[in-house]
Design a protein around this ligand. Structure first.
Ligand code: GLA
Length: 729
């Protein structure tokens, strides 16, 4: 069992293979954080909470309780009772008061991990994880707060969530209910967040931690393109291999707050949870609120180990379904090929050519329903446009299937166009505030998915479409953020619940979809990668990473995404050039080798691309089949970063058993009169002998890892090279 309680020191010790997380009960009341870091053999670390220094614990000196609360390393901080650092919990009583103070009441330790009702969460069997529930009470409010910790022993991850129950007769409004808080000692840290915008999502942003609050957040109703629910605080000068890293990632897809605060006594506090802005939640008697899960990872071997821990956890304990551990069919998507301008003949002509080249699935993107000829209309009218697709979907899908290919389809279920039969029939189904003209984005409104009748209607339409033909893939898109938050379903004091209820509604619909269609391959998407997060990964094994398909732009996008999320989850396609987002022309070979680091597919009109590019597709298809098992399941190592060095990019995937490794090298800008570069591989068996499959040169594992090899010579900008090393002895 990874969790132990030591009665003598009232200490809880949560161990994984390589880490310990230690908290303790102080003065019979306060739950303090003592330690998170490399695994310890002993639990006597309560001195780290500085209890022998002033301000002393209240039982020894109640006179300075306020000062104590302002310095004590609380496991879960509350508002209004003396701790002025970021609080996790803030309430409002019927009397208008906001203070809350939690005291330990009891605890429970058990094998396994509970599901979080209605929310995505990591999962594991009784032998894979164990759980600690710390029950705390505010006796004045009659509020019960259960801090839930689960430990994945083999994966080195600890998850947290919180259950809040109102046992009083009066309503209690939650004004803030974060999921996790972590106290760190010292402030000599740097931190990483993932920043971006549409078409340039999740670029790595690294900054020094100073005093005060440093936060990223979303109020968009989705995790968003701009900021990301991920935060890694690390010792200064941390590299891929060295340094201590404390990371938090939110298993949630809506508004979030991720913050680290450099505090007055040179400590730091990390918090993560639902963004308290735009949030309130009324708990009536005996109602419970569940805070979404935060995953915490500690690494004492730099960012690389943190990354591989997240990848292992998500591949084995978050992603579900038939395709989790399987090669995904190579798809061709018609979006960049045709945009809205297609019909059955056009799609079949793409499918025919694609099929000859080895592509396995045709995905029909936006524009097949209502009278949608551009992005101004018809969202919500999920009936096939028979002018474009005569004979309906079945004719098209049967035609594609007859070629031996699978068929997939695009939906944007959460949206409604003002120009749609649905909006004309139900204008009140859009999220908006009475008397205020709602803001349009891409000329569309957001459906009030928090309402059951809206969900049921849309879901039934999707189900009808999916049931009318052999559809094996769905791309679930979401192309605008939420604004004008107003729902006719809630009384005024409950309007602050809308954003979270919206997310619960989306989760409920996706759960229904994958339950009713267990063989479906679901890919989430939001204007590219605006909702690429751990919450969505619980429902779909892959997420469209970005609308930017340029191979060079993708290097930074995929590097930032892969710092947390496994390569098998990153939707990546080869597209046509000049690239539709940046106008850049890159070699077809490079486009293929960069897309290989993700799910791999095509997004172009295969009937119209240059013959020499088309000729390359069969070998790219073979490359995918050859390497995808390794890419999907191996250990990912970042060897060099184009976003840091501005010249070249290099990453490796090594088989877990050390039997092979694939290195991808992209020389972005060719330097004049320059030599080859040296790279050192990782994750190999130092005593084995490996052969470079192409050159047949043989090296011992220690030479590859400690001495290194030279990168191949390249010519021209944007060139790429794969190097495959296979163990031969
Ligand atoms: C979003 C997606 C694209 C495409 C369009 C269709 O932008 O990210 O891939 O599906 O919508 O409108």
């Amino acid at each position: 069992m990874g969790i132990q309680y030591f009665e003598d020191g009232k200490v809880f010790k949560l161990d994984t293979k390589n880490t310990s997380y230690i908290l303790a009960l102080v003065d019979g009341e306060f739950i303090g954080h003592a330690y998170y870091g490399k695994k310890l053999s002993d639990y006597h670390v309560c001195h780290l909470m500085r209890l022998e220094e002033g301000p002393f614990i209240p039982s020894k000196n109640n006179r300075d309780r306020g000062a104590f609360c302002d310095a004590f390393p609380f496991e879960y901080s509350t508002h209004g009772v003396g701790d002025y650092r970021e609080s996790c919990l803030k309430v409002q009583t019927e009397g208008g008061h906001e203070a809350c103070s939690l005291a330990y009441h009891s605890h429970k330790i058990y094998s396994g991990k509970p599901a979080l009702l209605g929310l995505p969460a990591t999962f594991g069997s009784e032998s894979e994880c164990s759980t600690l529930e710390l029950v705390c009470l505010d006796p004045v409010l009659n509020l019960e707060v259960v801090l839930v910790y689960s430990v994945f022993e083999d994966v080195d991850a600890v998850t947290r969530s919180v259950r809040i129950t109102n046992h009083s007769k009066e309503d209690i409004v939650l004004k803030k209910a974060l999921s996790a808080c972590l106290q760190l000692d010292g402030t000599d840290y740097e931190y990483i967040t993932l920043h971006g915008s549409w078409a340039r999502e999740r670029h790595i942003d690294r900054r020094p931690l100073t005093h005060g609050k440093h936060s990223v957040s979303s109020l968009r109703g989705e995790s968003g393109h701009q900021d990301h629910p991920f935060l890694a605080v690390m010792s200064s000068k941390t590299t891929q291999e060295t340094g201590e890293v404390y990371a938090m990632n939110f298993v949630y897809s809506g508004n979030f707050l991720a913050q680290v605060e450099g505090c007055q006594f040179d400590t730091a506090r990390m918090v993560m949870g639902i963004n308290p802005e735009n949030f309130s939640w009324t708990l009536t008697k005996d109602e419970t609120f569940i805070c979404p899960e935060v995953v915490m990872v500690y690494s004492d071997e730099g960012l690389g180990k943190m990354t591989r821990t997240f990848h292992d956890l998500y591949r084995n304990h978050l992603i579900r379904g038939k395709y989790r551990d399987k090669k995904r069919p190579i798809l061709i998507n018609n979006w960049e090929a045709t945009y809205f301008n297609f019909n059955t003949d056009k799609l079949l002509s793409i499918a025919k050519e694609a099929n000859k080249l080895g592509i396995e699935m045709l995905v029909m993107d936006d524009g097949w329903f209502g009278h949608r000829e551009d992005d101004n209309t018809s969202l919500g009218d999920w009936q096939v446009n028979e002018e474009k697709l005569p004979g309906g979907l079945k004719t098209l899908v049967d035609g594609v299937n007859a070629l031996g290919m699978k068929f997939g389809i695009w939906f944007e279920p959460e949206m409604i166009s003002p120009d749609s039969d649905l909006y004309r029939a139900h204008p009140d189904w859009a999220i908006k505030i009475a008397d205020r003209t709602p803001c349009r984005c891409r000329n569309q409104f957001v459906l009030d998915i928090s309402r059951k009748e809206v969900r049921d209607y849309i879901y039934d339409r999707i189900k009808a479409v999916l049931s009318c033909a052999n559809i094996e893939y769905v791309k679930w898109d979401m192309n605008r953020p939420l604004t004008d938050l107003g729902s006719i379903s809630y009384p005024p004091q409950r309007q602050g619940e809308l954003s979270h209820r919206y997310m619960l509604g989306v989760y409920e619909m996706q759960e229904r979809l994958i339950t009713d269609f267990p063989h479906l391959l679901l890919e989430n998407c939001s204007g590219g990668g605006g909702r690429f997060d751990a919450g969505m990964l619980y429902y779909s094994p892959q997420i469209w990473c970005s609308d930017d398909t340029d191979a060079i732009e993708r290097l930074s996008i995929q590097e930032g995404t892969a710092i947390v999320y496994p390569l098998c989850s990153m939707g990546a396609h080869v597209s046509d050039c000049p690239n539709h987002t940046v106008g850049r022309t890159t070699p077809f070979k490079t486009r293929g080798e960069v897309a290989l680091a993700g799910t791999f597919g095509y997004e172009l009109d295969v009937t119209r691309i240059p013959q020499k590019d088309r000729d390359m597709i069969p070998s790219q298809v073979a490359m995918y089949h050859k390497y995808n098992d390794l890419v999907r399941s191996g250990d990912y190592y970042r060897l060099a970063s184009y976003s840091e060095n501005h010249e070249y990019d290099c990453y490796e995937v090594a088989a877990k058993d050390g039997s092979e490794a694939l290195v991808t090298y992209v020389e972005v800008l060719r330097r004049a009169n320059f030599k080859t570069r040296r790279i050192r591989l990782k994750g190999l068996d130092q005593n084995a002998v490996y052969e470079n499959e192409e050159t047949k040169a043989r090296y011992t594992g220690d030479i590859l890892m400690y001495a290194g090899v030279q990168t191949p010579e390249t010519w021209g900008d944007f060139s790429s090279k794969l190097m495959h090393f296979v163990r031969v002895e």
